[in-house]
Design a protein around this ligand. Structure first.
Ligand code: C2G
Length: 128
């Protein structure tokens, strides 16, 4: 079984997120999402999610491509996650290209093209 992992806040889940999750799942058989906790968002990513961790987790668990959701509580847990969870492929949108290349020592690293024209920020701005 080929195990894939990706990370993010996934706030106000939209089709750009879903396309990322779909393509990530297509790279293997089992997809884990490391979901940014509210504390990680607020104090280290400096982005406040509209929906709480529990609600973002509930939504992600309803997505057919997602097999498991785990908390992402810091920048430095990825190597441990990859080892502990026997990960074969790490996936992120290409806005992160190069930022996680250190994981190449532990698993395949894939950056997928971001979906243009949609973002959580755009949704918030358009609804103002
Ligand atoms: N994404 C995408 N297309 C969009 C918006 C987002 O492909 N239009 C991708 C991002 O590239 C990322 C994932 O969807 O791979 C989740 O996006 P965010 O929730 O914005 O995640 P981010 O804040 O970038 O957090 O440790 C990694 C961080 O937790 C990533």
């Amino acid at each position: 079984m080929k195990r894939v992992i990706t990370y993010g806040t996934f706030d106000l889940l939209h089709w750009g997120h879903v396309r990322l999750l779909k393509r990530a799942k297509e790279l293997g058989d089992y997809l884990i999402v490391g979901l940014s906790t509210d504390e990680f968002n607020e104090f280290q990513k400096h982005k406040e999610a509209y929906t709480s961790y529990e609600h973002r987790k509930m939504v992600l668990e309803a997505i057919r491509y997602v097999d498991e959701v785990i908390p992402e509580s810091g920048w430095n847990q990825k190597v441990q996650d990859v080892q502990d969870r026997d990960i074969d492929v790490f996936v992120m949108g290409d806005d992160w290209r190069g930022k996680f290349d250190f994981l190449k020592d532990y698993c395949e690293v894939v950056y997928l093209p971001r979906t243009e024209g949609i973002s959580t920020t755009k949704i918030k701005d358009d609804l103002k």
